[in-house]
Design a protein around this ligand. Structure first.
Ligand code: ADP
Length: 416
């Protein structure tokens, strides 16, 4: 017997109904393979009626059937008043009746007399723990179900349940990748607006400001000052637009994943920061072996570069900046000895454009950590910081992407 655990459920339980409708089996035509399973079960059991049913709020739908009258077969469903299978759903377990006339749940069921249903054995057809219907067999007269007969029904019910789960899983994955594609398209559209549609008018403003400032004479120092502020703001906005564009381009590289040596990535990032290391007099070191991972090399290099750069940039006056990169308990860590970050900002610093300091104190656009977070998310990992004021900061992250990412285990609920 299988070890599936199902839960008792009201017939109108919303998750159950959503799953029921997601199977698409309430509508005709029914899949031929279910009918073949029913036929095979009928041959094995020698029972006159074998059914696969789905139990809706107000009806029981036949998804596969053998032995029903032409009329019932054509109707494709029966009202709940005649349903034995609803008891499989509400109890979340097999419903086995050797003599219907003696079972209090069904002795007054019209089907007991009309069909007649002398004996019934039904097993849950389920998705996860939600029972959608039953794989069942009926004898016209009372019948002592054998262990073997019950096992056959249980196994068939499980085969069908697994198959429904696989189909729904495919739909979940498709819904997921559709959503991802849509969000990428939106992001790219946004980047286009940022890159072109906004940049052009901004250039125009900069040009006008420059031209207008040439017409100001020495007697208007305040106006000159205002013009110079306006120009600086326009320049700043250009920088921010570029930063946003960089951020929104991240998704584009998503597919290019390969095995990556983090030691090499780290060394390359440090090499890229040569000038900054020289200017700050900082000391950047890699401690131990960082190991291999699976990911996008360019993104991981950018991730490492942003974190090291911040470690050098947010240094305390009079203290030589030190940045150490290591792997501790499977976490990549970038530790610095800088100004530190108050715990109340530990999450906010990963937001786009979120900065804790004036630009005159520390330059920057506030996009660096948002980019880091996005890259880590694209590698199915997490990033966080351990820090306090004046104690330095330790940025920790995990990277969990692997070639076997298709083994995602979406929950059926995420369909909705
Ligand atoms: P930027 O460096 O351009 O300001 P980031 O997104 O990289 O933008 O960082 C956001 C903010 O988080 C920074 O402005 C700074 O206030 C804080 N921060 C980031 N890294 C560090 C660090 N290593 N030490 C202290 N503060 C940091």
């Amino acid at each position: 017997m299988n070890d599936r655990r199902c839960k008792p459920s009201g017939l109108s339980e919303p998750t159950r109904l959503r799953l029921l409708s997601a199977t698409g089996l309430l509508e005709i035509p029914k899949p031929a393979y279910i009918q073949r399973l029913v036929e095979l079960a009928g041959d094995l059991l020698g029972a006159p009626i074998v059914l696969v049913t789905l139990v809706d709020v107000d009806r029981q739908v036949f998804v596969g059937e053998r032995g029903l009258s032409d009329e019932a077969s054509r109707a494709g469903e029966t009202p709940l008043s005649h349903s034995f299978c609803q008891h499989v759903v509400t109890s979340g377990s097999p419903f086995v009746v050797n003599d219907s006339s003696e079972n209090p749940l069904v002795c007054d069921n019209p089907a007991t007399k009309e069909l007649p249903v002398g004996a019934y054995a039904g097993f849950p057809v389920a998705v996860g723990e939600q029972v959608l219907g039953s794989f069942c067999a009926v004898h016209y007269e009372s019948h002592q179900w054998t262990a073997l007969e019950l096992r056959v029904l249980a196994e068939f019910a499980e085969i069908l349940s697994r198959d429904l789960e696989n189909q729904l899983q495919l739909e979940v994955e498709k819904a997921r990748s559709d959503a991802l594609r849509r969000s990428n398209e939106e992001l790219e559209g946004f980047a286009r607006v940022v890159a072109h549609d906004l940049k052009e008018p901004l250039r125009g403003i900069e040009g006008c400001l420059n031209a207008a400032s040439n017409h100001l004479d020495e007697s208007t120092p305040i106006a000159r000052q205002l013009f110079s502020h306006a120009s600086a703001s326009a320049l700043r906005m250009t920088e921010l637009l570029q930063a946003l564009r960089d951020y929104s381009k991240l998704n584009k590289l998503m597919e290019e994943f390969t095995e990556v040596d983090l030691n090499q990535v780290c060394d390359e990032a440090v090499a890229d920061l040569r000038a900054l290391i020289r200017d700050t007099g900082g000391d950047v070191s890699r401690k131990g072996d960082l190991g291999l991972t699976y990911g996008n090399p360019a993104q991981l290099r950018q991730l490492m570069q942003n974190l090291i750069q911040n470690g050098l940039k947010f240094s305390r006056p009079e203290i030589t900046p030190k940045v150490e990169i290591s792997v501790v308990n499977g976490q990549l860590q970038v530790q610095d000895n800088g100004i530190g970050i108050e715990p109340k900002f530990h999450r906010a610093i990963f937001d786009v454009f979120r900065r804790l300091h004036r630009r005159s104190d520390y330059p920057g656009t506030g996009i660096g950590l948002a980019i880091c977070k996005r890259i880590v998310e694209l590698h199915r990992g997490e990033i966080w910081v351990k820090s306090d004021l004046d104690t330095g900061s330790c940025f920790c992250l995990t990277l969990n992407s692997s070639p076997a990412d298709e083994e995602l285990e979406p929950t059926f609920e995420s369909l909705f």
